[in-house]
Design a protein around this ligand. Structure first.
Ligand code: G3P
Ligand code: CA
Length: 273
């Protein structure tokens, strides 16, 4: 067990469930998010893509091939096509996977819409934040962000309460996508995901208006000093994807603000929570 360092934001390090409790339960399913909430996750990470008929669904890959029994690009399928697919069985063979019978078959295998995920969070009797990642935003020229912000507004999640932190943040590898979000909803915090740190920003600064740095664990391992540079520049640091105990320990020691992990229960236990 490692005791987490205090961090500039004044909140303890957040444990964020990456695609739900996706080590145990098929990623991005309602069952995966229910399990993450049960496991005590502080926030839920999810990737969103637009279907051919303009619905935002929680799917990571551009195609459905890996995580369902169907084939094809999410963007060329309608929600009804996706709803007919099984998004759970691919994980059933895994010896370590959470026993399938524990979950309602629909919740464990049906495609999850962002709308349903927002409802799940609203139904939960404790605070659970959302870290929503826009995928493939260039293809749709603003439609992903537009639809996302409409849905958030519908659920009253498009702005922080006057006296507390925002319940939702929008993440992306695409700086352009985040610029759109800031232009249309400047009150929502944005997280710049990074696979490498561009030379311009090695000193810990971020592109104008971005609130949070989202470096990969590989960046943090190779360059632990980056975390304090970002903090000195006044930003929070959310690291992905942190599953190995030694990585959790390093993140806690460095005082990162959020640990994004496929195994929220184990990370919480390691942090002594
Ligand atoms: O949380 C950020 C992380 O999810 C980014 O990578 O490929 O898992 O979406 P990916
Ligand atoms: Ca993601």
């Amino acid at each position: 067990r490692v005791a987490p360092e205090p961090f500039p934001g004044g909140r303890p390090v957040q444990v964020v469930a990456h695609r739900g409790a996706s080590e145990d339960v098929p990623e991005h399913t309602l069952a995966a998010y229910r399990k993450a909430i049960e496991d005590g996750a502080d926030a839920l990470e999810c990737d969103v893509r637009l279907t051919a008929d303009g619905e935002l669904v929680c799917v990571h890959d551009w195609r459905v091939n890996r995580t369902s029994n169907g084939r094809g690009a999410v963007s060329s399928l309608e929600l009804a096509d996706l709803a007919a697919l099984d998004f759970g069985s691919w994980k059933g063979q895994d010896a370590d996977a959470e026993a399938p019978e524990r979950f309602d078959p629909g919740e464990r295998s049906r495609v999850l819409t962002l709308r349903r995920l927002l409802e799940l969070v609203a139904e939960t009797d404790r605070r659970v934040e959302l870290a929503i990642e826009t995928k493939h935003p260039t293809r749709w020229a603003g439609q992903v962000e537009e639809r996302l912000l409409d849905l958030l507004a519908e659920h009253g999640l498009d702005r922080p309460p006057p006296d507390g932190p925002a319940p939702v943040r929008v993440m992306s590898f695409s700086a352009r996508s985040l610029r759109r979000v800031r232009a249309w909803a400047p009150q929502l915090p944005t997280v710049q995901l990074m696979q490498y740190v561009s030379p311009r920003y090695r000193d810990g600064r971020l592109p104008a208006g971005v609130a949070v740095a989202g470096p990969s664990m590989r960046i943090v391992r190779a360059n632990p000093g980056y975390v304090s540079r970002v903090h000195r520049a006044g930003h929070a640091v959310h690291v992905w994807t942190v599953d190995r105990p030694e990585d959790v320990e390093l993140c806690a020691r460095l005082g990162v603000d959020a640990i994004i992990t496929n195994r929220p229960r184990q990370v919480r236990e390691q942090l002594g929570r």
